[in-house]
Design a protein around this ligand. Sequence first.
Ligand SMILES: Nc1ncnc2c1ncn2[C@@H]1O[C@H](COP(=O)(O)OP(=O)(O)OP(=O)(O)O)[C@@H](O)[C@H]1O
Ligand SMILES: [Mg+2]
Length: 161
Amino acid sequence: MSMNKGENLKFMSNSPADTAALGCRLGRLLGPGDIVCLEGGLGAGKTCLARGIAKGLGVDETSVSSPTFVLAQEYRGRVRVYHLDLYRLSSSDEVEEAGLDEYIWGDGVAIIEWPGVYVPLREHDRLMVEITQEPVSLRRELVLTPYGQRYRRLLEEMRPC
Ligand SMILES: Nc1ncnc2c1ncn2[C@@H]1O[C@H](COP(=O)(O)OP(=O)(O)OP(=O)(O)O)[C@@H](O)[C@H]1O
Ligand SMILES: [Mg+2]
């Protein structure tokens, strides 16, 4: 695992365990109302990262699975954790019709895979994580971008001294 400097934080992961460990570090810093958006293609490692984030929030990691078909899962950690996957939805209206906006704007931690379809998120403070997969490799690049002061501070905590 390595990283560079700047407002974005960039990490290289060499294995699923690396990705989950990064998630766990991040999860330890999260609290009520936080929103983490996970971008990246099919199989990039979003659910793997979400499992680590949940673990860092005190959730039993074996309870974390992909919400692709159920749209949303709730876990109990030191705060409530809402793990959402918007892949099967195609508009902001559909997100709201499914009642998922209440999880996103609620006072738990929201972890959202495929967040792009829900337009209001684009204007809202959040931490964005983009995962890029190298072909035929276990390597993943993870770029963490803060939107808003809360998340800039949070990334400062992720930066090594
Ligand atoms: N460095 C890595 N980090 C994370 N996952 C990795 C890595 N290398 C290989 N993998 C594998 O890639 C797959 C990632 O699956 P995962 O379900 O986390 O992806 P996803 O981005 O959530 O996919 P989807 O778009 O279907 O929701 C797993 O099979 C995992 O073992
Ligand atoms: Mg997934």
